[in-house]
Design a protein around this ligand. Sequence first.
Ligand code: ADP
Ligand code: UDP
Length: 236
Amino acid sequence: MNKLEQLYEGKAKKVFATDDPTLCIVSYKDDATAFNGQKKGTILGKGAINNRLTNYFMKLLEDKGIPTHFVEELSDTDTVVKKVTIVPLEVIIRNISAGSFAQRFGVEEGIVFSEPTIEFSYKCDELNDPLMNAYHAVALKLATWDEIDTIKKYAFAVNDALKEFWSSVGVTLVDFKLEFGKLPDGTIILADEISPDTARLWDSKTGEKLDKDRFRRDLGGVEDAYQEVLRRVLGK
Ligand code: ADP
Ligand code: UDP
């Protein structure tokens, strides 16, 4: 599988065309951004760790019956995926209050919810990814009700599977962001990545943050946290 022209360069990954029009190659970078690109930096080794972790989770989720874009890992940082049209919604599941939830509602971080919550943000950097409800997404024709129902069903199923997995390696899954895409026949599948860039992961015993909040909040030990997450997953 050859990398042809670059189709897109995002904040954390590049996307390349391949000789198969139904497939593309995602290439993970060490670049890190926060606050919609206002804070920029590098996390050494992050690209390779996030590539490996994402592929591990995509395979785990496929085994649980959730369709994903994963096709084949090509190298440390590069993976072949099914090319989709991304549904421009960031789908966020929360098990515990943190980040923008805690800020928006004026509560502390760490409140354990009796049920997970789901929310959508409109994936639009120019508008700062505004919070959006399902009616707004349907009104703007970003997705149909059927697609929203499928996305919700998959997102909660991903949460069940990942919560169980992380807990088995001593990590609490606080919250995470997913993206879904559409195949040419309209089928909805899980796309993008699942990594410490897109999830909050707290050590179950100590509460230590093992995710991008170490970078966002200048907590130090960023590379070590990503390495630790990989170590826990590979030790499984
Ligand atoms: P951003 O665009 O937010 O800066 P990235 O740096 O992660 O994010 O760039 C990767 C881009 O590739 C994202 O826009 C994401 O929606 C898109 N993408 C992820 N998976 C696929 C896929 N299977 N097919 C097409 N595009 C994808
Ligand atoms: N998230 C993400 N990309 C975004 C926004 C959020 O991957 O553009 C993830 C983030 O890492 C966290 C979860 O979604 O795991 C919830 O993020 P939140 O809304 O609390 O926003 P933040 O604190 O990142 O501003």
